[in-house]
Design a protein around this ligand. Structure first.
Ligand SMILES: [Mg+2]
Length: 492
């Protein structure tokens, strides 16, 4: 793989550095680049059957559609249809493929492309434009369908950043693409990249006199023009991999990141050497020695001698001295007062404290005590059990959450794999609650979680690509396999 997204990322950073105050814009073609046009073909043929009560295309699967959407006839020819049907279907295809209904129902984006566009939109003074050969007549349908698909990624594409084919008789599609680049330049944007599946479009842009800054990326999907027409400097790829694109320094600053499960020495070490601010630990009282220790599981189920565990007081002191912040997962009610006492004797700023606990463990009273002791700390409980209620009776859910807030809870936490997560997030946003997403298994999921713009994300930070080697601590956590250098001792 040639890591085209990685090269795009470096090029973007270079341009940002060269032109710190410019409005940077990346341009995307639509058909064959954002939208997988095979689904448009399949949809048109299936809807022919539906309307006409026929079943010519029942057995047609997406894998059979291997040609460009302008060459659907080739597919029909290969299907051994009666000549009259073949002709009717061809007419149907040409007359309906750009209808509002077809555009709204048949569009499917390529995997990852929406995230990539959203990522650029989240970067400061950076924009995403659409540069398409589609005709102006389908402007509103195009915006509606793409914005509908983009909703779950919080992607919004605006009217004035969409350049379309005006249908002028003297302009071919490659010329339209050149016009598009000029259009965005005239609006005051600096075009730093163009992604298109047609080699001839990229070739036309490469021949513009001022195209040096524009990285040309070839979406290697299905295309009509000759591959030889690809400009020499262009880069091909076919996977929109956000983990290739996103660098750590481009993470949005308003989302807090928490390193999960720093209960063990090697994981604590990796956290300390990272630039992640918050570290999460599970705090319990050791049944034999009565000391506060870091341990995820219940001692009844997973007994462990105190010599093998980190002591809360030690880790608290280390994190305080290193300027790190603590997320303390209280696993036992009896630990609350002990933890409050231990923290108060260190004098750490309260804004660097975050407490998490289940309601059935800490009880309203426990949250109140923590809130009273540390009014500026973050106080969190998981609310996975509330999600069905939020989806069905949101007002009832809000009443309950307001009650949680009255105990001092100011952050709510849900698991990464929760269905309807975006909806939950939007509701909590509307109600003024901050959300934490946890159980985020890998870098890809982490970046997708960040794109949802919660208040915070808790993750294992098992991201070798970023040289973060977290492991997580709990039984539920899916450890990724990677070769890890031997753990260094924390003693120093
Ligand atoms: Mg295209």
């Amino acid at each position: 793989m040639n890591r085209w997204m990685n090269k795009l990322s470096y090029h973007y950073q270079k341009m940002r550095h060269l032109y710190p105050d410019d409005k940077l814009i990346v341009l995307f073609d639509i058909d064959g680049t954002i939208v997988d046009t095979r689904y448009m073909v399949l949809h048109a043929l299936n809807s022919y059957d539906q309307i006409h009560g026929t079943s010519y295309f029942d057995d047609l699967a997406i894998s059979h559609v291997t040609m460009h959407e302008d060459r659907a006839e080739d597919l029909l020819d290969s299907l051994d249809l009666p000549a009259s049907v073949r002709e009717q279907v061809g007419l149907w295809y040409r007359s309906t493929r750009w209808s509002s209904k077809a555009i709204l129902e048949s569009h499917r984006p390529y995997h990852g492309v929406m995230e990539v566009m959203r990522w650029f939109q989240l970067q400061p003074n950076t924009y995403v434009g659409l540069n398409t050969g589609r005709n102006e007549t389908v402007r509103q349908d195009t915006l509606r369908s793409l914005n509908f698909l983009g909703e779950e990624y919080k992607l919004e594409l605006s009217d004035h950043l969409l350049f379309m084919n005006q249908g002028l008789p003297d302009r071919s599609v490659p010329q339209v693409k050149v016009d598009g680049v000029n259009y965005f330049r005239n609006l005051g944007y600096r075009v730093f990249a163009m992604i298109d599946n047609e080699p001839e479009n990229l070739q036309a842009i490469s021949e513009m006199p001022t195209a040096d800054d524009v990285m040309l990326l070839h979406a290697d999907t299905i295309f009509l023009s000759q591959r030889q027409r690809l400009p020499q400097a262009s880069i091909s790829g076919n996977v929109f991999d956000l983990t290739e694109l996103a660098v750590q320094s481009s993470l949005p600053r308003h989302v807090q990141f928490v390193w999960h499960g720093i209960n063990e020495e090697d994981n604590l070490y990796e956290f300390m050497r990272s630039n992640v601010q918050w570290g999460e630990m599970d705090v319990r009282i050791h049944p034999k020695t009565d000391q506060l220790v870091l341990h995820h599981d219940d001692f009844d189920e997973s007994p462990c001698s105190v010599q093998d565990l980190l002591l809360f007081d030690d880790v608290l002191g280390k994190l305080k001295n290193a300027g790190k912040s603590l997320k303390i997962d209280l696993k036992e009610n009896a630990a609350i007062d002990r933890v409050i006492f231990a923290i108060e004797s260190t004098g750490i700023e309260h804004s660097r404290l975050w407490f998490n606990g289940k309601i059935e463990t800490l009880h309203p009273e426990g949250f109140r005590r923590l809130s009273l002791a540390f009014p500026t700390a973050t106080l969190q409980c998981p609310i996975n059990f509330m999600v069905p209620l939020m989806n069905t009776l949101p007002e009832r859910a809000k009443t309950l959450l307001d009650e949680f807030a009255s105990w001092g809870i100011n952050r709510l936490s849900i698991k990464w794999d929760t269905p309807t997560m975006q909806r939950v997030l939007d509701l909590l946003d509307d109600w003024g609650f901050g959300l934490n997403i946890y159980n985020v298994p890998d870098l890809q999921a982490f970046l997708r979680a960040v794109l949802m713009q919660p208040r915070s994300v808790t993750s294992d930070f098992n991201f070798p690509k970023w040289r973060n080697y977290g492991r997580g601590s709990g039984g539920e956590v899916r450890h990724l396999s990677y070769s890890r250098k031997p753990a260094l001792s924390l003693a120093s």
